[in-house]
Design a protein around this ligand. Structure first.
Ligand SMILES: Cc1ncc(COP(=O)(O)O)c(C=O)c1O
Length: 367
C-alpha cells in the first residue's frame, strides 16, 4: 500500500537525538535556541519561538494579542479544526468566510463582507501548502486595523510573490506534526518580526516567567523539548529537497490527471510556490464515480487516499452545538468537503509511483 503520509527520518535525526540525550539537556536549551535562529533565518523574519505544537502556536498567538470574549476572528471554514478551536480557547467567536474554489483558501472579498466593529483579527490558512491570497488580505487588515495571522501549519517553504509564508502577516504559526512537510514528532513554531509579540509568546509558553521564579502573568508550559528541536534542525536542512520531491510528484500527477474528465487537479497560481503538503483533486459530478467510490477503488489498487476535510468546520458537531454557522452559507467550503480527495504526494513516493497513482485514476474511468 502506498501510504498517504510518511516522514523521512533516517540516521541523521537518530544521531542528533542521541547527541542531545548524551548532553543531558533535554528540555529547553541551546538546541531549541539554535533551531529558532535557523528557522527565523529560513523564513526571513526576525524571531522564531519554538513551542510544543501548531495548536499551541495558534493559541499563544491569540493570547499574546489579548484576543478575548466579545472579539471576533475571521477565518476559513475549510481547514483542520485546530485553526478555529484556537479562537474558541480565548472565548472569542470564529466567523467563517467562504473559500476560493480554485485554491481552497480564504476568499478576501468574503472576508471583507464580514468585518464588524468586534473583528480583531484574520487567520489565513495556507491550505495544502498553497499560500492564501495575502496581498488583498493585508490591505483589508491594514484598512480595518486588524491583526493578520498566518496558519502556515501545512506550508513550510511555500512562497507568495517571492516571499516565504510565515513572513507575510503580523505573525504565523507552523506545525511539525509527523505528516507535515517537516517534522519534530510533535512541535510548533511562531514566526514574527514584532519583537514585543515574540517576547510575549516566550513568556506565555513558559509559565509567565520573566526571571527565574518570578512570574508576572498567567502562562503555560507549551515549550519545545531539545529532542524535538534536534530533529527539527536536521529536517530543516532537508526541507528544500523534500519539498522539491513533492513538487515533482505533483507535476507528474497533474500532467496525467488534467486530461481526465471530471477530475480537477490542484492549481498553482503563477505568483506562488506550492509545496504540496497534500495533493488534492476535486472529483466533480461529471466523474463517473463518487469521490468515496474512487477512494475505495484506489485502495483496491494499493493506493491510500484521505479526505482533507470531509466537513466544513461549522458542520462539526462541536460547532453545531455552539450554534456557530457560516454567515454566508459557505457553499464553496461545503462543496469542497464533498468533492476533495488527497492522493499520496510525500517525498517517499517515487516518480514512478506518482505516475502509477495518476494512471490508475485514469484507468478507473476509462476501463
Ligand atoms: C491548518 C492546521 N492548523 C493547525 C494545525 C495544528 O497543528 P498541531 O497538530 O501541531 O497541533 C494543523 C495540523 O495538525 C493544521 O493542519
Amino acid at each position: 500500500m502506498i501510504p498517504i503520509a510518511r516522514p523521512i527520518v533516517d540516521d541523521e535525526e537518530i544521531e542528533a537525538v542521541a547527541r542531545v540525550l548524551r548532553s543531558g539537556i533535554l528540555a529547553h536549551g541551546p538546541e531549541v535556541e539554535a533551531f529558532e535562529r535557523e528557522f527565523a533565518e529560513y523564513i526571513g523574519v526576525d524571531y522564531a519561538v519554538a513551542v510544543s505544537s501548531g495548536t499551541a502556536a495558534l493559541d499563544l498567538i491569540l493570547k499574546a494579542y489579548r484576543i478575548r470574549h466579545g472579539d471576533e476572528v475571521i477565518t476559513t471554514p475549510f481547514t483542520f479544526i485546530a485553526t478555529a478551536n484556537a479562537i474558541l480557547y480565548q472565548g472569542a467567536r470564529p466567523v467563517f468566510a467562504d473559500i476560493d474554489p480554485e485554491t481552497y483558501n480564504l476568499d478576501p472579498d468574503k472576508v471583507l463582507e464580514l468585518i464588524t466593529p468586534r473583528t480583531r483579527a484574520i487567520i489565513a490558512v495556507h491550505l495544502y501548502g498553497h499560500p492564501a491570497d495575502m496581498k488583498p488580505l493585508r490591505e483589508i487588515a491594514e484598512d480595518h486595523n486588524l491583526i493578520l495571522i498566518e496558519d502556515a501549519a501545512q506550508a513550510h517553504g511555500a512562497e507568495y510573490m517571492g516571499k516565504k509564508v510565515g513572513s507575510l502577516g503580523d505573525v504565523a504559526a507552523f506545525s511539525f506534526y509527523p505528516t507535515k512537510n517537516m517534522t519534530t514528532g510533535e512541535g510548533g513554531m511562531v514566526t514574527t518580526s514584532d519583537k514585543k509579540i515574540a517576547e510575549r509568546i516566550r513568556l506565555l509558553r513558559n509559565h509567565g516567567q520573566a526571571e527565574k521564579y518570578l512570574h508576572t502573568e498567567l502562562g503555560y508550559n507549551l515549550r519545545m523539548t531539545s529532542i524535538a528541536a534536534a530533529i527539527g534542525r536536521v529536517q530543516l536542512r532537508k526541507l528544500e529537497w523534500m519539498n522539491q520531491r513533492r513538487r515533482e510528484n505533483a507535476e507528474t500527477m497533474t500532467k496525467i490527471l488534467q486530461a481526465v474528465k471530471g477530475i480537477e487537479p490542484p492549481v498553482e497560481k503563477p505568483w506562488v510556490r506550492h509545496v504540496y503538503h497534500q495533493y488534492v483533486i476535486r472529483v466533480t459530478d461529471s466523474f463517473p464515480l463518487t469521490r468515496d467510490q474512487l477512494a475505495e477503488k484506489l485502495r483496491g489498487h494499493g493506493i491510500a487516499t484521505a479526505v482533507h476535510y470531509p466537513r466544513a468546520i461549522p458542520d462539526q458537531p462541536l460547532y453545531k452545538s455552539l450554534g456557530i454557522d457560516c454567515p454566508q452559507g459557505c457553499p464553496e467550503a461545503r462543496r469542497a468537503a464533498r468533492q476533495v480527495l488527497s492522493l499520496p504526494v510525500h517525498p517517499a513516493v517515487t516518480i514512478e509511483q506518482a505516475k502509477t497513482i495518476a494512471e490508475t485514476v485514469k484507468q478507473i474511468v476509462e476501463g
